[in-house]
Every structure is written in C-alpha cells, then in structure tokens.
Design a protein around this ligand. Structure first.
Ligand SMILES: Cc1ncc(COP(=O)(O)O)c(C=O)c1O
Length: 445
C-alpha cells in the first residue's frame, strides 16, 4: 500500500528557505495552512521540495478535482495550447460555447434554457450573480446567511460573514445586505429542535424581516451555500432549501446558489443543492471546474439573463485553455468521478464515524460525497467548540503526511481529489487515528 513518506522534520531545510523569501515578498494577508512547499504533484500525491511525500486530502480546497496533472486534462490543455492562448471576449471560439452548453445542460432544471457568464474565480462568479440579480429584478436588497463565505471582492464580501477578519477595516461595504442565521443542522438556529428550526427561521424572515425591516418586493435574492464551506463544512437542515424556495417564489425573490466549493460532482451530484431537490435561479461555480486552471462561471436561467450587451464583461472569461481543461474535467466527472465521490465518500464517512466512537472530541462527522468535515468539541453535550484541538490535529496530520485544512470556528475539512480510492481513505483514517491520539496527549500535558 502506497503511503506518505516523511523524511525530514517539517518544514525541511529547502522548504524553510522558500518560506523565508515568501514571507519577505508575498502579501501576509493570505490565510495559511501547514508549511507545505510544493515541488510537484501527481494524482493524489504531493512531493515537497525536501522530498517528503504527502497524501492530498484537500486538493487545494476542492480545486484539483481530477487529481493532480490528470493525463487527459493535460492533453486537453495541450490541444488548446496548439491553437491559441487567449481569445478576447470581444470575439468568439468553439470551446467556450461547448462548455457553456454543458454547464447549461447540467443545471438542475429540466426543459428550459440556461446561459453562462464566464469568470476567473469564485468571487467573480458571486459578483456576476449579485449584479445579474439586481439588474434583472430591479430590486436592491440581498439576504445572506451568517457564517457564509462568497468571496473577498467588495460585492461578494458584502454577502460574506464567515470571519470578521475578512470584513474588518474594509467598510463601507456594498449596502443592502441582511443576514439571517444559517440553517445549521448540528447547531440549529434559535436553539430550536431540528424539526422546528426551519419553520422558526422562515417565520422570522416572513414576519420580522419582511414586515418590519425590508419589504420583500425590494429583495432581489437570497444568497446561499448549499453546504457551508469556509464556515465549517456545515450541513443544512434537510427541509430548509425546499421551504426557502417556496418562500422566495411567493415574493418573486431569486435564489443565488454558490456552488464554488460544493459543486460540480464533489458531493456525488453535479450540484450540492440537488440533494435537497431545490432549483436555484443562478448558480456560481469556480474552484474544481478546470482541474486547477483559473476559471469560474455564473449560470442562470435564460429568462433571467436579460442584461444587455456591455452591462457586464471581463477580459479573460472563457479563456480557451481553461475551457478545454474544464470540458475534459466535466467529462471525467460525468463518466466516473461523480460516482466515485459518492461511493468513496460514503465509505469515508463510515470510517470516520467508527473513529468518532473512540474520540469524544469528534462532536460531529458530516458531509456529502467527498466534502467531509469533522467538528471538534470539548463536550458532546454542550458542543463547546475546541479550536485548539482542531488546529493541532491539522498539524499532526501534516506531520504524518496527510494534507487537510481547518474551516469554520472548530472544524476540519477534507476535500480530496475526486479520484481517491478506499485504499487512500484507509491510509488517511489510520493516520488521523494517530493524529487524534497525539493531539490528546499534547493537549493534556
Ligand atoms: C463557497 C465559496 N464561494 C466563493 C469563494 C471565493 O472563491 P475565490 O477564492 O476563487 O474567489 C469560495 C472560496 O473559498 C467559496 O468557498
């Protein structure tokens, strides 16, 4: 069985040199995980500059969806490179049309036509969705959710409320955003029982927010994450999204579904929102769409994409090399990786739940497909967060050659390449067991 191989203390000497220079020249604003300095990567494995080998259980946070350097994706990139590097959005090419058609087809809605606006990142997909919603509805307000993350440019930041370090000292943000609690299934809003929490939350929206604070006919859209990503891999209450859809329809409000982290096969469906049988009006994607090349898209029902020529555009959207990589990525996901995400994801959850029986600190183990999180708590009854434990587990895993990352106040996330097998899960879970033991020891000292 292939396993991680750690040969030096981490970070090793060559990594340390690069880290030193990085810290000198690169903006300190980037959040950072453990000190992993990449040399190369292949499939589910990463080698650092000191020759240490890691199992990638993160995929650059859901980006390397087909694994690192998938040969068919590389071939698609080379094919495009043989033709062009850039085609101005003032002109046309076949690859972006094919990709738009594919994205329109997989949009979770039958029969109607969808249209696509190409972007280069998640935040741009959010921006495009917010702008389209305002433009189409002629309404100004948005309702977003506490703990959500939609990006870091002004519009997307304005609907983000994941951590205040993202927002601090950047105000004034875009006005007209109201936040309501996320329908967190582990910590239901208003401390309500899980069976009643959705109704209570939507009752608050309808009878407090809409009657006293913001007239619903002035609300353009609800902005949702089907599963919160940066906020902690938080699963929604199962009845929430269908009921939100019904409420939105009553008032002509759109739903913008941010699938940047959860979308495109990762959860075992094209879009995570499909697990709750809900059809959004606008979807944002990015991250995993092109296996690692920068690309994103905002997909909307054609009857909503009514803005005129010139209303919104960009320079690089639909780049042909990225579009070629994306077409191949979606093909691979459709042929086998979405199913693999479902099967291996179920197995991963089962193995983690077994581990949870031995570790009280694993308050909640959750996920869909290969979007898997663990929320750490000091006490299962009170659910008191245990961030020091989580931070230490990430480090202990890294020291054993498994790449993961924290998210939310006290959670750990795994968003591996969709190509991983059960054998990789077994290695990750064995090493997690060791990491948990080591963390307990370290924190009890
Ligand atoms: C759900 C979600 N939306 C938007 C973004 C922003 O994406 P980007 O960093 O590509 O701008 C992220 C990034 O983590 C995300 O997880």
């Amino acid at each position: 069985m292939e396993r991680p191989e750690i040969k030096t203390p981490l970070p090793g000497p060559k990594a340390q040199e690069i880290l030193k220079e990085h810290r000198k020249y690169i903006s300190p604003s980037y959040p950072k995980g453990p000190d992993l300095v990449f040399d190369r990567a292949e499939g589910v494995w990463i080698w650092d500059v000191d020759g240490n080998k890691f199992l990638d259980m993160l995929a650059g946070v859901a980006v390397n969806s087909t694994g690192h350097r998938h040969p068919e994706v590389l071939a698609a990139i080379e094919e495009a490179l043989g033709r062009f590097l850039h085609v101005s959005t003032d002109f046309y090419h076949d690859l972006e049309v094919k990709l738009a058609k594919k994205l329109a087809e997989i949009f979770p809605r039958e029969g109607d036509r969808q249209m696509v606006f190409f972007t280069n990142s998640g935040t741009e997909s959010t921006e495009a969705g917010l702008k389209l919603a305002r433009h189409h509805t002629g309404r100004q307000y948005f309702i977003a959710f506490e703990g959500s993350f939609h990006g870091r440019t002004f519009g997307s930041l304005s609907v983000t409320s994941s951590k205040n370090v993202h927002r601090g000292r950047f105000s004034p943000l875009v006005p007209g955003v109201f936040f309501i609690p996320y329908p967190n299934s582990y910590r239901p809003p208003f401390n309500a029982s899980p069976e009643k929490a959705t109704d209570q939350l939507l009752d608050y929206v309808e009878h407090v927010l809409f009657e006293r604070i913001v007239p619903p006919e002035e609300v353009a859209a609800f902005v949702i994450e089907p599963i919160q990503g940066e906020g902690g891999y938080v699963m929604p209450l199962p009845d929430f999204f269908p009921k939100l859809r019904a409420l939105a329809d009553r008032y002509g409000i759109l739903i913008i579904d941010d699938e940047v982290q959860a979308g495109l096969g990762r959860t075992g469906r094209w879009f995570a929102i499909e697990h709750w049988n809900t059809t959004p009006d606008i979807i944002g994607v990015a991250k995993g769409i092109a296996s690692g090349l920068p690309m994103g898209a905002m997909i909307a029902k054609a009857e909503i994409m009514t803005w005129p020529r010139g209303a919104h555009a960009n320079t690089f959207g639909g780049n042909p090399v990225a579009a070629s990589a994306a077409l191949k990525t979606l093909q691979l996901i459709e042929e086998s990786l979405m199913e693999n995400a479902r099967v291996v994801g179920d197995y991963f959850l089962k193995r983690l739940k077994e581990l949870q029986e031995r570790y009280e600190e694993m308050g909640d183990v959750r996920g869909k497909g290969l979007m898997v999180g663990i929320e750490f708590v000091k006490d299962r009854e009170t659910k008191e967060p245990y961030p020091e434990f989580r931070d230490r587990v990430v480090l202990e895993l890294f020291n054993r050659g498994v790449v993961s990352l924290g998210c939310g106040p006290t959670s750990l996330r795994f968003s591996p390449p969709l190509t991983i097998g059960k054998e990789h899960v077994d290695v990750a879970v064995d090493l997690l067991d060791e990491a948990l033991k080591a963390t307990r020891e370290a924190l009890s000292r």
